[in-house]
Design a protein around this ligand. Structure first.
Ligand code: PLP
Length: 361
C-alpha cells in the first residue's frame, strides 16, 4: 500500500485530480537534476497543456517550453511564453506555414526538420524571421529523424535557404520498454554527438544537442546532451512506474473513479477509455493501475467502464467508493479533459484549465 492522502469527498467522478505537492516535488526534482548536470531543461508542455504548470516550470529555471504543434505553441505564446521549440518535423504548407510565421514574429521560435523538402517549406514560411531550424536525428526509436551522419545535409539545406540552424535533437522513444532505458540513453547521447560532428564537417557551427524522454532524463550525461525535454515527469503515470522511472509516491495525476459494479474478484469503475485514454504498450500489465491497490490490474476498458481484477482473496473496494486510477499514458488522458482538479492535503484547492486541449494541429 502507498501512503497517499485520501481523495476529497464529493468528487463528481470520473475526473482528473492533481496532487499539488507531488507535482511540485516532481517539478523541483527535474529542475534540480538539470541544474546539477549542467543541461538546459525545456519541458514538453504536451503532457499538461496547462498554463499554471508551465509557469511553474519556467519559474524553476526551464529555458522555455517544448510543444508538438503550432496550435499548442499559439496557446502558450498567447499566455506570454516567449521561447518555444516545436520539436516536430513540421510540414509548413499553406495555412500552417502562415500560422508558423505569425508565431515566429512574436516569440523566439525553433522548429524541427528531418528532410530537405520539409526545410524548403519552412524556408517559405520563415525566411526573414529569427526562427531557427533544429535537425531531428534518429537515435534508435525509428520514428522521425535522419541518420545522425546525414544531419549535415539537412543543416546545409536550411542555411542555403536562409534559415539559421540551432543544432540537433532526438527523441529516444525506444527507452519505453523494460530494460531499454539505459541502452536508449546511451544511444541518445551518441547520436547527438555524431550529429553535431556531422554538422561541423558540413561547415555548420551550431551548438544545441537536445534530447528527450522522461525515462532517459535520469541518465543524462552533459557530454552527449546540453538540453533535455521530458514531459511526463510532471505527473508520471502507470507506464513510468512499470518501467521503474517513477514510483507510486511520485504519481501526481490520477483519475478519480467510482466503483459502480462488483462481481467475484472484479470491480467496474466509471472511468473508461474516454477518461484514461486507450494507450497500452505491449509490455504494460493492463490499461492503467490503481496506486492504492498495486496488486490489482485494469483488465478491460470500454468507453465508460474500466474492469479491475484483483487476486483471489483480496479485499475489494466497496461499491460506491471512490478510487484513484493512474492512466497508462498521462498525456493521452489529459488531452481528453477540460480541467484538472487541484488537491492539497486531501481537499480541492482549485482547478486548472487544460488550455491547449485538443490543439493537435
Ligand atoms: C519529440 C519529443 N520530445 C520530448 C518528449 C517527452 O518525452 P516523455 O513523454 O518521455 O516525457 C516527447 C514525447 O513523446 C517527444 O515526442
Amino acid at each position: 500500500m502507498t501512503h497517499a492522502l485520501p481523495l476529497p469527498a464529493d468528487l463528481v467522478t470520473p475526473c482528473l485530480v492533481v496532487d499539488r505537492d507531488v507535482l511540485e516535488r516532481n517539478l523541483v526534482a527535474m529542475a534540480d537534476r538539470a541544474r546539477d548536470r549542467g543541461v538546459a531543461l525545456r519541458p514538453h508542455a504536451k503532457t499538461h497543456k496547462c498554463l499554471e504548470i508551465a509557469r511553474r516550470q519556467v519559474a524553476l529555471g526551464a529555458v522555455g517550453l517544448t510543444v508538438a504543434t503550432v496550435g499548442e505553441a499559439e496557446v502558450f505564446a498567447d499566455a506570454g511564453f516567449s521561447d518555444l521549440f516545436i520539436a516536430y518535423p513540421l510540414w509548413a504548407a499553406g495555412p500552417r506555414g502562415r500560422g508558423l510565421r505569425a508565431l515566429a514574429e512574436r516569440v523566439s521560435l525553433r522548429v524541427g526538420a528531418d528532410s530537405s523538402e520539409g526545410v524548403e517549406l519552412l524556408a517559405g514560411a520563415l525566411v526573414g524571421t529569427p526562427a531557427e531550424v533544429v535537425v531531428e536525428v534518429d537515435s534508435g526509436h525509428h520514428r522521425t529523424g535522419v541518420d545522425p551522419e546525414r544531419a549535415g545535409d539537412i543543416a546545409v539545406a536550411a542555411q542555403r535557404l536562409g534559415l539559421p540552424v540551432a543544432g540537433v535533437f532526438t527523441f529516444p522513444g525506444h527507452s519505453y520498454g523494460p530494460g531499454q532505458v539505459r541502452p536508449a540513453a546511451a544511444d541518445e547521447g551518441q547520436a547527438l554527438q555524431q550529429a553535431e560532428a556531422a554538422l561541423r564537417r558540413a561547415g555548420v557551427d551550431a551548438g544545441l544537442r537536445s534530447g528527450g524522454s522522461t525515462p532517459t532524463a535520469a541518465l543524462v550525461e552533459p557530454a552527449g546532451l546540453n538540453e533535455i525535454r521530458p514531459g511526463v515527469y510532471a505527473f508520471n503515470d502507470a507506464q513510468q512506474v512499470e518501467l521503474g522511472s517513477a514510483n507510486w509516491d511520485s504519481v501526481a495525476l490520477t483519475a478519480a473513479a467510482t466503483v459502480v459494479s462488483r462481481h467475484g474478484t472484479s470491480i467496474v469503475l466509471d472511468a473508461g477509455g474516454k477518461v484514461l485514454g486507450a494507450d497500452r504498450s505491449a509490455w504494460a500489465t493492463g490499461n492503467g493501475r490503481l496506486p492504492d491497490h498495486p496488486e490489482a490490474r485494469v483488465t478491460a476498458l470500454s468507453e465508460h467502464h474500466a474492469t479491475v481484477t484483483f487476486p483471489a482473496g483480496a479485499v475489494l473496494p466497496e461499491l460506491g467508493s471512490t478510487v484513484r486510477v493512474a492512466p497508462n499514458h498521462v498525456c493521452a488522458a489529459v488531452n481528453l479533459a477540460d480541467v484538472l482538479l487541484v488537491t492539497a492535503n486531501g481537499a480541492v484547492v482549485g482547478q486548472w484549465a487544460v488550455a491547449a486541449r485538443g490543439r493537435n494541429a
